[in-house]
Structures are given as C-alpha cells and as structure tokens.
Unconditional design. Structure first.
Length: 213
C-alpha cells in the first residue's frame, strides 16, 4: 500500500535539541494545515511491570534493547497507512509506562525523534528524510541536567551517575556512529536556523508533490 504520509526521523544525542528542531521545522510549515504527528522515542520504552521500582531505576535506558522498536515501527506504518494508533505514555518518575494511552490520528507529516532512531535498519527504511542534530557535548550535558532536575524530578547525583554509567558510553557506542546514516546533519541544534529552513523547504517540496499525485 502506498504511504499516505511523509515520515521524518530526527536523531541526535541527549540534549542535542531534537525536539526544538522538530518544532522549528513545523513552524516553517504552519501554513500547510497538515496537523503533523510527533512521535517521541521516549514514549516507547518497554513496559517493565514485572520489575520493582529499584530494579527499573538501574536499567540502561540508553541501550536499544530498552526501546520497543517493533511497536514504534508498527505505529509508523499504521499512521502512514491512514490509521490511528494508541501511543504509549511513559512516566519518567516511576521509570515505566502508564496504563493509559494517547490516541493519535494519522497525518500527512509524521515526525519521529529520539537518540537511537538510526541504529536499526528496519526503522531507518521508514524515513523519507533522516536528520541528525549535532550539538557540543558540554552543551548537551548541561541541557540534560537542567531538564532532568526540572521536568523529571531527579537529583544532580543521580543524573551524574547515569551519565557516567550509561548515557555517555551508549552515545559513543550507538548514537554517534548512527550519524553516518543521516541525510542531513544540523550542527548547533535549534540555533541553526539556516539548516532547519533547508529541511523545511525539502519537506514543503515533498508535501506539494504528494498533494499533486
């Protein structure tokens, strides 16, 4: 079945500005009235009801094995075919999925963001455009500390320990090497307005071509 959507993958390290880049791209496309869908990789952490809270805290959340890629792939395919999905909702304070889901309607534009999107060939093949947001390591770390303390209720010590044990090693093993699969690399994240506009211009062309077929 022919896809009814343009699918964009936005990858990059933690704190690189992936979400900001996605929203800036959408701002350039606001006149298209497409009601875009944004799927976050973080929503697709595997459900670990069988583990205690203390056990869930110790898991390596930066490893591909902790992402429910089959469900993410299925959802992208469903949306691309014009079907709605029940997107999982992840709660960072309990380190687990909630029982509730979010119903997401299909759209002509599906944007997916996450650190590990380009590590899996089956997932990469679904993206019409692959963008890697490349930001300085120190800047990414500072952003992560600020985000996790403000939005996820975590202590500085827990953030520091997690960064040393899993975040940095997994970035070097999985995230950074996946950059070679990107169609476009955007340095400096949301501050690179020229790079973002170039991606938005390409998406306008693809959307126009879709409307004319």
């Amino acid at each position: 079945m022919k896809s009814k959507s343009i699918v964009v993958g936005i990858a990059g390290g933690t704190g690189s500005g992936k979400t900001s880049v996605a929203h800036y791209i959408l701002e350039y496309l606001k006149n298209y009235e497409i009601n875009p869908v944004l799927l976050e990789q973080d929503s697709y952490y595997v459900k670990n009801d069988h583990l205690s809270f203390s056990e869930r805290v110790e898991l390596n959340y930066d490893h591909p094995d902790l992402i429910d890629f089959p469900l993410l792939i299925q959802h992208i395919k469903e949306l691309s075919a014009g079907n709605e999905i029940a997107k999982p909702i992840y709660d960072f304070k309990i380190y687990n999925r909630k029982n509730e889901v979010e119903i997401v309607k299909p759209s002509k534009l599906i944007m997916v963001e996450g650190i590990l999107l380009f590590t899996l060939e089956e997932l990469r093949s679904l993206f019409d455009v692959k963008v890697f947001v490349d930001t300085d390591d120190d800047e990414r770390l500072l952003r992560r500390i600020e985000r996790d303390m403000k939005e996820r209720g975590r202590s500085f010590d827990s953030i520091k320990d997690q960064y040393r044990k899993t975040v940095k090693p997994m970035h070097l093993e999985f995230v950074e090497p996946s950059k070679r699969y990107a169609d476009v690399i955007i340095p400096r994240g949301g501050n690179n307005k020229i790079g973002i506009k170039m991606v938005a211009t390409r998406l306008k062309h693809l959307l126009s071509s879709m409307n004319n077929t």
